[in-house]
Write a new protein. Structure first.
Length: 261
């Protein structure tokens, strides 16, 4: 991947990422697609990384970016990767809902591979380029479950807690070299990932699917609605912009008040 140098001269305030290169994992749908579109609108050349090749290519064509069809469970294949990107958004994730004593060990390993090991390897791959240029933005799409726990989500909660720690260490190491690292922590977002959870949540809690949103997903939130992907993308846009240079090592909640309790 070739690095596009920053455009000289005055910068359009709405194009604050002009000349920058961004990588968004899980970028073909949901939060990732909203983030990819937003960063592209700010002038970034966006690499849409996703296992869903057709969707990744379609979105890349739409926003004038690139597609990277990648299986983030194959973490060993990322060991020697080097990324020439200025913005890295670790967004890819999956979910499994099950009591610990019934949780499939392979599912646990897979979730940690995608949501903790892969982000570590991508950060590792991106930092040399960021350090060389004295500028970089790393945004980890965590979750309210990176801050608080819920039953039946041992793999997801522990992976997100690990991602929080990785982000903080990256912030401490990267700060002196112009690289910031933050987490964005939404509650339930209106995405295919959340929609697929409804049946699992109903089975795990022994309630009808029609009651999952009210009794489980939005129970702890003061604002009784799902987060919209565009709202997450808007925050990511600000965190990668010029006014966020001192924002690092932090976790930005978008949970409707869930974690306030």
């Amino acid at each position: 991947m070739n690095h596009a140098t920053a455009v000289s001269g005055a910068v359009d305030p709405g194009r604050t990422l002009q000349g920058r290169r961004a990588l968004v994992t899980g970028g073909a749908s949901g939060i990732g697609a909203a983030v990819a579109r937003e960063l592209a609108s700010r002038g970034a050349r966006v690499v849409v990384a996703d296992l869903a090749g057709d969707a990744a290519h379609a979105l890349a064509d739409e926003i004038g970016g690139e597609a990277w069809v990648v299986d983030l469970t194959a973490t060993e294949e990322l060991d020697d990767l080097r990324l020439e990107v200025d913005v890295l958004v670790n967004n890819a994730g999956i979910q499994r809902v099950s009591p610990i004593e019934e949780f499939d060990p392979d599912d646990f390993r897979r979730i940690h591979g995608i949501m903790l090991v892969a982000p570590f390897l991508l950060v590792r791959a991106a930092l040399p380029h960021m350090y060389a240029n004295g500028w970089g933005r790393i945004v980890n799409i965590s979750s309210v479950h990176g801050l608080v726990a819920s039953p039946f989500k041992s793999a997801y909660v522990s992976a997100k807690h690990g991602l929080e720690g990785l982000s903080k260490v990256t912030a401490l190491e990267g700060g002196p070299r112009g690289v910031t690292s933050v987490c964005v922590n939404p509650g339930y977002v209106r995405t295919p990932l959340v929609e697929k959870q409804i049946a699992d949540q109903a089975a795990a809690h022994g309630i009808p699917e029609s009651e999952v949103l009210e009794k489980i997903m939005l129970k702890e939130s003061a604002v009784k609605r799902l987060v919209e992907p565009a709202e997450v993308a808007s925050l990511v846009s600000w965190l990668t912009g010029p006014d966020a240079a001192m924002v690092s090592g932090a976790s930005w909640t978008m949970d409707g008040g869930w974690s306030a309790k």
